[in-house]
Design a protein around this ligand. Structure first.
Ligand code: TEU
Ligand code: CA
Length: 541
């Protein structure tokens, strides 16, 4: 419910589209803007308020568009600026806003700025990037790039290294240069004028890096730069802004998402996402999820930001494996577990994000190494084999965590290539599309899709979902994740069994005396069936 005090995005649900995998319109096997426009009715039916569009700017596609060579144009692979205007306009007709994904920490090495910058040290664009002296054999330090190798790459023409936190084709921009910041503000204002509804800011906590001190995220100038950007661009508008921050904690998230509006609407942080890896190691170093930790971490963020910040709620995005495969059951209890995770998340305070296909209960991809396309996966495969890891261990990690799990084409129907393309898809369609697809789910009352639609409708109907406070219930119970939300004369009880076993313990009657708003089972007993989830609303007086 949008009031002066409560901006629209506090009761909104945001749907993320990974454009190359959503809908192809011209048979080249790659999703595009016209494809997205053709599917807007599906999204309107689901009931979402905004689309976060992963990057569609001009790009050599080294990292699927997270390497931008022109921030103010659309890559021909996705369409044209006119197609973008059409998408924005058609979405607006359905009350859907378009959120652009801004990748401002780095550009492509094929961006004209970098092409100039690497020509000579006195080129006016040289200082747009981060350079250090050294000699060809000895990089300035031992920092590593996210997608393999050193974070420093030597350029003979200038006899210097440039810094890149991601791939060698993603040189870091130098935010300490005021001209760079000015250029960035122009880009943001260009998109604001085109009518977008907001921005997702890629790895925003890494812009103020200090490579000499080996600082990547949370650099000393970070919040000063964000505030300056805010003042010169979206500050004071009703745009939604979400900063991606792997280095966020509750304390700095309060700064990012302070209701005064000096920085962002909310922060997208990953503390819960890291709970199934060996602490201090990489995501590939697998460890079973500790459910008690998950309860603790999610609860800490719920209470930590209540009234003084705002949470993004998500299980999935284009970098993460599918939640049903990851922590649920993508076999026998696929539908039940998909709905349970949805309930757990959509009952919380914050803005829920749905990643394309999540609303269908799409699963991880059963691929061979030759099927993968993601730069990160290809690097880790090569690097770990070189380091002596066993191939089957590396493949186990890739199956569990590889980013292409989330990037397989959207499963629209049971026709060839799941209705995604009439051509050859850029990434193989998951063979389970005959069982899992939108056409099969849209008109089926007990589908995962219908369930997501119902959850979204509940958030619209009852302000308590956006406004209520949070209290963990049954905190010591190893199987049940239950919490209550309180607002005015109402209390919501959200009760979930996150395991495949039927539970014996009785759920206190007090929690289930209200009206049942939603459940993934037709009948409710005094205990919980496998992956059972329920939400009750109690109305006092
Ligand atoms: O992701 C940031 C990021 O740190 C991830 O690459 C993460 O490290 C990885 O997926 C998990 O191991 C953002 C984008 O979401 C991602 O797609 C880009 O590749 C990355 O930035 C660089 O722009
Ligand atoms: Ca296409």
């Amino acid at each position: 419910m949008a009031t002066a005090k409560s901006p629209w995005w506090k009761s909104a649900v945001i749907y993320q589209i990974y454009p190359r995998s959503f809908q192809d319109s011209n048979g080249d096997g790659i999703g595009d803007l016209q494809g997205i426009t053709s599917r807007l009715d599906y999204l309107a039916d689901l009931g979402i308020d905004a689309i976060w569009l992963s990057p569609v700017y001009r790009s050599p596609q080294d990292d699927n568009g997270y390497d931008i060579s022109d921030y103010c144009d659309i890559d021909p692979m996705f369409g044209t600026l006119a197609d973008m205007d059409t998408l924005i306009g058609e979405a607006r007709k359905r009350n859907i806003r378009i959120i652009m994904d801004l990748v401002l920490n780095h550009s492509s090495d094929e961006h004209p700025w970098f092409l100039e910058a690497k020509k000579s040290r006195d080129n006016p664009f040289h200082d747009y990037y981060v350079w250090r002296d050294g000699n060809e054999d000895v990089p300035p330090n031992d920092m590593k790039a996210c997608f393999g190798g050193s974070a420093w790459t030597w350029v003979p023409d200038v006899q210097q290294y440039y810094f890149h936190q991601f791939s060698v084709k993603q040189p870091d921009l130098n935010w300490d240069n005021p001209k760079v910041r000015e250029e960035i503000y122009k880009i943001i204002n260009f998109w604001i004028e085109r009518g977008v509804g907001g921005f997702r800011l890629d790895v925003i906590d890494q812009i103020a890096k200090e490579p000499d001190l080996k600082i990547t995220n949370n650099g000393p100038m970070l919040h000063a730069y964000i505030r300056e950007m805010n003042r010169h661009t979206f500050g004071g508008t009703d745009l939604v802004t979400v900063g991606e921050a792997w280095g966020a904690n509750v304390d700095n998230a309060k700064i990012y998402s302070d209701p005064s509006g000096r920085e962002f609407s909310m922060v997208f942080q990953f503390e819960h996402i890291g709970l199934d890896q060996i602490p201090g190691k990489e995501k590939w170093d697998l460890e079973p999820l500790d459910w008690m930790e998950l309860k603790k971490v999610l609860s800490k963020w719920q209470t930590g930001l209540h009234g003084c910040g705002w949470n993004s709620l998500f299980w999935n995005n284009h970098d993460l494996p599918r939640i049903v495969s990851r922590w649920g059951d993508d076999g026998k209890y696929r539908v039940e577990s998909a709905k349970m995770f949805a309930t757990l998340l959509h009952g919380m305070q914050g803005t829920p994000y749905i990643y394309q296909g999540e609303e269908l209960g799409m699963t991880n991809a059963p691929y061979d190494i030759s099927d993968y396309r993601d730069i990160e996966t290809l690097h880790i495969y090569r690097d770990r084999l070189a380091e002596g890891y066993a191939e089957e261990d590396v493949m186990r990690s890739i199956h569990a965590k590889g980013r292409d799990n989330a990037r397989t084409p959207m499963q629209w129907d049971g026709s060839k290539n799941a209705g995604f393309t009439v051509g050859e898809p850029w990434l193989k369609v998951n063979p389970n599309y005959l069982q899992i697809n939108a056409a099969g789910e849209c008109n089926t009352a007990d589908s995962v899709f219908a369930y997501y639609k119902a959850l979204i409708a509940l958030r619209k109907k009852y302000p308590i979902f956006a406004e209520g406070d949070y209290q963990l219930l049954m905190g010591d119970d190893p199987d049940v994740f239950a919490y209550k939300r309180t607002w005015k004369e109402q209390t919501l009880y959200v009760i979930c069994n996150f395991h495949a076993k039927k539970l014996n313990e009785v759920i206190p009657e007090e929690y289930r005396k209200g009206t049942l708003l939603i459940s993934n089972y037709a009948e409710q007993g005094s205990s919980l069936k496998p992956y059972e989830a329920r939400i009750y609303l109690e109305q006092r007086n």
